[in-house]
Structure formats: C-alpha cells, structure tokens
Design a protein around this ligand. Structure first.
Ligand SMILES: [Zn+2]
Length: 358
C-alpha cells in the first residue's frame, strides 16, 4: 500500500504506478495491457469461465502545467476533480523531462489580502505553483515545460492509532492494494478466471474502464474503490462511510445502480465471514463501473468501497482494517462466482434472494 500510494501517477501519466502494480502482482498471473496503458493480470482458476473482472484505477488526481508566467510561476489545469481551497499552500512535485522538482501552491499571506479577497471562493485559475524560480527562463533551464504533470508531494505516514495511514492517492491505490492481495491469495481453486486490473484515466473520464472491458469482455465485475468517507465531525447527516466500519457495498451512485443479486451476495458473504460492512447510497460521484457495466451485452457490476477521508486532497486517511476486510470479502466472493451462479445473476439482476451456493 505504501509503495502504491507514494508512486507518481496522475491521469495520463500512470507509468510509474503501473510499474509498481506490475512488480507487486502475483507470479502466477498472465500480464497484458490495453492500448491506453491499463494493466491486466489474469489468474487461472478451475475454469476459463466465467471471467471475473476486479477493477481499480491506477491514476490519482493531479495537475498539468498550462503555462509559465514571465515571473516564473506555473499556471495549471486539473487532471481530475479538485476542490481548489484544498490545494492552497500545499506542496507539490512537478515532473519535467529533466527530473522532479518540489514546489508549493502559492498563497498570499494575510497581510496582503483585502476584505473582498478573503471572502471570495477560490478557483483553480486563481492558483499558481511556485518552484522558487524568478523568471520564465529560469523555469525553462530546469526542463519544466507546458504539459508537465504535477502531483501532491506527500509520502505515507502511520498515524498514532495502530491501523490508520495518512497519504495521497488512496483513491484508488487502496483498491489496487486489495486486488494485488486477492491475486496473491488465489491458489487456482477458484471456479473462474480472475482478471485483476489497474485502469488508467479514471479521474479524467473513465477511459481505461472502456478499453479494459473491451479487452477482457468480463461476465461480472467488482470495482474496488477508495471511496470518500463521510464521518465528518460536525455533521448530523447520514453516515455511510465510516473509517473502520468495513467495506462499503454501494447500492447507488449517479452513474451506477448496483446489480441487486450482487448486493445481496456481498452482504451474505460479509455476514458469513464476520466482516463488518456499510451500505452506501451516494448522491454524487461515480467510478469505472459506469463504463464497465454497459460494455458488451452488459456486465453485472458492484462497487465495493474502502472509506477514505479527504479523498481528492493531499492528505487522505484510511484504515488498514478496512483494507483487510475488503480483501477478505472480495476473496470470498471470487470463490463463489462459478458459471452457474453468474448465469443466474445475469438472467435475473433483480433477484436479491440468493442464498450461498457453498
Ligand atoms: Zn477513484
């Protein structure tokens, strides 16, 4: 998890994180790629069918250099969705042809802020990156150019509580970590073929989801997502993603209504394994599941979330207990997806009365 989180990989620039994924993937898998950069690790079980796709995205939210000001500041566009105030005064890394350079998102000190400026909501266009240069030419000598990618400069740290980590890109390196661990634990006795994939450009329009689905042509899909936690301190609202509360079984987000048979099977499996779980009906957001579910003739799909506090910011917090519980749940589900069960799920997506076939 640590190596995955620390790896550089905003949308469209996933080579380093893909290399880490490829290095950590189990030996007994067959590796292929799509033509956009996604990695596909196939693990053979007792049968070549059904094809079970486990999908997580490699990319993280980042920025791209749009221009260099005469004074040597970098203006940027987003790669993925940011709430601009979270960027203010944060450290970043700019990756140029000549190497990586640290920088900070510039913030005027309070001494220079007028009343109107203090109260105005920030836009990304208001922000700039300061790498310590004083002129356009100085930036150019570092090799930094228009089109260079930028990510948060954050390395994983353990927090005081025994099971929590602080770091960047847990959305969706947590999902990648779950898939890599599940692949490692498979022993070939599973009644299907498992495809563990790291997709590219999820944060920039779910691009790898489309191409991976075209390559694998799955019969069923579990999307494993570092999903935004909602256990904020000052809210009396409905909490569906509590840190340490276990994997989130997502009924709904605006891009996907889960296959009800899969929801009931996931709940049943979690109960059987004694795993805590949470149910989520999300008012916003979306995942690779949007594209995968409607590929080919349609693919029964379920999103399983690992709660991540402050997703899409520099400082994400997650619990290793949730990660472990999600591995157990996904591993348990992989074991029951045989041809007979998957055909039943396909034939009746609304059937929430499945009992455990094993
Ligand atoms: Zn994500």
């Amino acid at each position: 998890m640590i190596e995955l989180s620390n790896a550089f990989g905003p949308s469209g620039f996933e080579s380093e994180v893909r290399e880490v994924f490829g290095k950590l993937v189990a030996d007994q898998t067959e590796i292929t790629y799509d033509n956009l950069g996604s990695i596909i690790a196939a693990h053979h079980g007792k049968s070549a069918a059904p094809k079970v796709l486990l999908a997580a995205h490699l990319d993280e939210v980042g920025l791209m250099v749009r221009g260099i000001t005469p004074g040597g500041y970098l203006k940027v566009v987003p790669l993925g969705s940011w709430w601009p105030p979270t960027l203010l005064a944060q450290r970043v890394v700019v990756r140029s042809k000549k190497g990586d350079y640290p920088g900070a998102v510039g913030a005027k000190p309070p001494h220079y802020l007028g009343e109107e400026e203090r109260n105005r909501s920030l836009k990304l266009a208001d922000l700039y990156i300061d790498i310590g240069a004083r002129s356009h030419d100085e930036v150019a000598t570092l090799g930094i150019a228009v089109g260079d990618p930028v990510v948060p400069a954050v390395k994983v740290e353990s927090l005081g509580t025994s099971d929590t980590l602080l770091g960047k890109a847990f959305d969706d390196r947590a999902g990648c970590a779950v898939i890599l661990q599940v692949l490692r634990e498979l022993d070939g006795a599973h009644p299907n073929r498992v495809y563990g994939v790291g997709t590219v450009q999820e944060e920039n329009g779910l691009k790898g989801a489309d191409t991976v689905a075209a390559v694998v042509q799955p019969d069923l899909c579990l999307v494993i997502e570092g999903a935004p936690a909602d256990d904020f301190p000052d809210t009396g609202s409905i909490v569906q993603g509590k840190l340490g509360g276990g994997p989130q079984i997502r009924y709904f987000d605006p891009t996907l209504i889960a296959n009800q048979a899969l929801v009931s099977l996931a709940k049943m499996k979690a109960e059987q394994l004694g795993i805590p779980y949470q149910l989520a009906v999300r008012e916003g957001g979306g995942t690779d599941g949007k594209e995968i579910q409607r590929s080919g003739k349609g693919v029964p799909t379920l999103v399983i979330g690992i709660p991540v506090r402050y997703a899409h910011s520099h400082q994400c917090i997650m619990s290793l207990k949730d990660l472990e519980a999600t591995v157990k749940l996904v591993r348990g589900l992989v074991d029951i997806f045989d041809e007979d069960l998957v055909n039943k799920i396909k034939r009746n997506p609304w059937d929430s009365s499945f009992t455990n076939p094993r």
